[in-house]
Write a protein that binds this ligand. Structure first.
Ligand SMILES: Nc1ncnc2c1ncn2[C@@H]1O[C@H](COP(=O)(O)OP(=O)(O)O)[C@@H](O)[C@H]1O
Ligand SMILES: [Mg+2]
Length: 382
């Protein structure tokens, strides 16, 4: 007896650490079968309509498991209603018995109670009459008490997980949508201005530039969303990329779209090349460059470099901006971490890290407050 109780206690602790509801129920079945040696078993939980609905069973036909049981109905319903276990030695002589399986001759049923509330019942059955003893009854009672708290813990964990996910999606959506709405607003203003000054060529050019910038922003934000959604899967289509011409065309495009108070420099030495997905490499550099520019609200220098060093190829994006305080250096890689700007999404660095990891590269950051920041990517060469 002691040994069996110890087993149940030990396994109860194990139960408390299992993850999903299904895993907990599965473990509960394996453990209880081992300790009680029954022929059939069924776990029912009380649903929102206050009926006992089967969630896990062994040896029951589907139709029997599908049948819900009201409180007070049959042995199961009575155990739940009276909140105490019921031991039946001969089901053929018990008027409360409702047949679920052929050849069930004895039955033991224990209610699961948590915090004073009934949450379900655990039924075990045998094809042998008077199979279960009073010891078995104590063991099952002890076991379902532990199962009830394990189930409750699982439910809470699930709820928390869901809440967390919802709030992630919520902050993601609101950050991005806020930006997109802003840019759409700019597009509308552009259209209004064009209507007002259709014959002023200089103004039309300025307005067109603003409109193009807003459209580009939206394009990039949508790119961020896709990249973020795709973060779960790893697809890298590699090809040989010569960094000199690649970065040349990248910086040309960057200069055309960046603020006039930012000076963009490019240094590529020793004709480095890498195996990379060009589209993703561009996104990587663009995210680094955007962060660099955003760290220089009063203007400054953005230096993009590439070269070879110690058998590896490196790429660097350096800015002369406000830098990152040492205690924030680790946080920048966390999703939704944003600091020091009005409309950050906190996704840029996550995407950067993902692209670097997918390629099997390394990224390092060095930063000094009020001096600037340098991100360096190292690419080992075989
Ligand atoms: N070059 C940089 N200089 C200063 N701070 C930076 C730099 N790059 C990233 N950061 C910090 O890391 C944070 C997270 O960056 P990111 O994930 O791109 O999100 P977001 O740019 O939307 O805020 C930024 O808000 C900023 O505080
Ligand atoms: Mg960013």
């Amino acid at each position: 007896m002691r040994e069996r109780i110890e087993k149940v206690n030990f396994l109860g602790k194990f139960l408390a650490s299992s993850r999903s509801l299904d895993e907990t129920l599965e473990m509960a079945m394996i453990i209880s079968q081992d300790v009680l040696g029954y022929d059939h078993a069924i776990i029912r939980l009380l649903d929102q309509t206050q009926e006992l609905r089967a969630v896990k069973w062994i040896g029951f036909p589907r139709e029997a498991a599908d049948r819900t049981i009201r409180l007070g109905e049959g042995i199961t319903g009575q155990a739940a209603e009276q909140r105490k276990s019921i031991l039946v030695n001969d089901t053929t002589n018990d008027p409360r018995y409702i047949k679920g399986v052929e050849n069930c001759l004895s039955e033991l049923c224990s209610p699961m109670i948590f915090d004073g509330n009934i949450i379900g019942v655990f039924n075990v059955e045998s094809e042998t009459p008077a199979f279960f003893s009073d010891d078995d009854r104590h063991i099952l009672e002890n076991f379902v008490t532990q199962l009830a708290s394990a189930l409750e813990a699982t439910r809470l964990r699930d709820e928390l997980g869901r809440a967390e996910k919802l709030s992630m999606i919520g902050s993601f959506a609101s950050a991005i949508l806020h930006d997109i709405r802003n840019d759409i607003h700019q597009l509308n203003i552009g259209a209004d201005l064009l209507e007002m000054a259709p014959d002023d060529p200089a103004r039309v050019v300025t307005i067109a530039q603003k409109v193009r910038k807003s459209a580009e922003n939206i394009h990039d934000l949508v790119g961020d969303i896709f990249e973020f959604v795709r973060t779960g899967q790893t697809s890298v289509t590699r090809q040989k990329v010569e960094l000199a011409p690649f970065m040349e065309s990248f910086t040309t495009r960057l200069m055309a779209s960046s603020r006039k108070d930012i000076l963009v420099n490019l240094n590529v030495a020793g004709s480095p090349s890498v195996e990379a997905d060009p589209r993703r490499l561009k996104r990587l550099l663009l995210n680094l460059a955007n962060n660099g520019a955003e760290a220089m609200p009063e203007g400054g220098e953005l230096t993009i470099s590439a070269g070879k060093e110690g058998g590896a190829v490196f790429m660097e994006v350096r800015d002369s901006g406000k830098g990152i305080a040492p205690d924030r250096l680790n946080k920048i890689w966390e999703p939704f971490y944003t600091h020091g700007k009005r409309e950050g999404t906190g996704l840029g660095m996550v995407i950067i890290k993902k692209i670097v990891d997918d390629h099997g590269w390394k990224i390092m950051v060095a930063s000094e407050e009020e001096k600037g920041t340098c991100f360096r990517i190292t690419i080992p060469q075989e």
